[in-house]
Write a protein that binds this ligand. Structure first.
Ligand code: FES
Length: 328
């Protein structure tokens, strides 16, 4: 499941808000880029060797460009820092084809969107798509201040067309952060709820939506939540060690319970794509040809996990003594 990479030219770099840079990427060969759906992200391979995921924020109707927005993270381990401190206009970078772990369900039901900070990015792509297909939506967008809210002017213009759809909460003006709990409690049961933002926001969202139909509740994690994955099995039910065999090459490795499969592969010189290494982005998802994974990710859907035909190798382990996986 490792995508082939695409060379893209950084066509422009602009400021989307205080501390947020927008990068417009065009195919380096001048052709159209692969089509994508709202909520998709790409892996961006940086010249410093890091791979980072960014949501596509432009309209999925566009094929001539991808736009990403990158917030400078005070705790950056090199991704956002690199993108903010270097002049990349005109540079050629490699990206993956878009993947969508956070799809917009186009079933005609209304959508309540809740964004915190840079979590607006996939939701803004969804809004543009819903404007095209005529779906009803309402956005609640929390940001530290007016100046920190990306795409504020574009969203204000959409609200002017149909007032009440865009609800900002600027922490410094409101004196409090966006109240996710009261928004979700008041949301109609027939509406899809989407939430993307920092972990405390997602924790509150998960708690208040726990009794809703799972198919109507959608979350995208940028970092792993503080709570462990509820999909993981009890340690007592798992083998102490298991074998991971790579289809095609026949290489096999022993992995101790609690060790990362990805880590073991890397230690043994086997390349596998990865990015977040926290089970959030889906970059390391591989096909499982034999065996039962112990899923600990936050990115696969319940249905995908139930098939046991795919797994994240950065955080997930094995319930069986052997896993046969396909890295291609
Ligand atoms: S590297 Fe992100 S889910 Fe494994």
């Amino acid at each position: 499941m490792n995508d082939s990479l695409i060379d893209v030219l950084v066509h422009s770099v602009t400021s989307a808000a205080e501390g947020i840079r927008a990068f417009e990427l065009h195919a380096a060969d001048g052709r159209d880029l692969p089509a994508f759906t709202a909520g998709s992200h790409i892996d961006l391979h940086l010249p410093n060797g890091l791979v980072r995921n960014y949501s596509l924020v432009n309209s999925p109707a566009e094929r001539h460009r991808y736009v990403i927005a990158v917030s400078l993270d005070a705790n950056s381990t090199g991704g956002s820092k690199y993108l903010h401190e270097n002049d990349l206009q005109g540079a050629v970078l490699k990206i993956s084809t878009p993947r969508n772990n956070f799809p917009l369900i186009e079933d005609g039901a209304p959508k309540i969107l809740i964004a915190g900070g840079i979590g607006i990015t996939p939701l803004y792509a969804m809004i543009q798509r819903m404007e095209e297909i005529g779906d009803l939506w309402m956005l609640f967008y929390g940001a530290r201040s007016r100046a920190c809210a990306a795409f504020r002017e574009e969203l204000e213009a959409l609200d002017a067309k149909q007032p009440g759809r865009v609800n900002f909460n600027f922490d410094d003006e409101a004196g409090q952060m966006l109240d996710v709990t009261s928004i979700a409690v008041r949301a109609p049961l027939a509406a899809h709820l989407y939430c993307c933002g920092p972990s405390p926001m997602l924790d509150a969202f998960n708690m208040v939506t726990a009794n809703r139909m799972p198919d109507m509740v959608h979350v995208e994690y940028f970092t792993a939540p503080t709570t462990a994955s509820e999909n993981a099995a009890d340690a007592a039910d798992l083998p102490e060690t298991f074998t991971v065999e790579i289809a095609g090459t026949g290489q096999s490795f022993e992995v101790k319970r609690g060790q990362s499969i990805l880590g073991v592969l890397m230690e043994n010189g086997v390349y596998a794509a990865s990015s977040c290494q926290e089970g959030c982005c889906g970059t390391c998802v591989v096909q499982v040809l034999e065996g039962i994974p112990d899923h600990k990710d936050f990115v696969l859907s319940d249905r995908e996990r139930a098939t046991n035909q795919m797994m994240t190798i950065c955080v997930s382990g094995s319930k069986s003594k052997k896993l046969l996986i396909d890295l291609d």
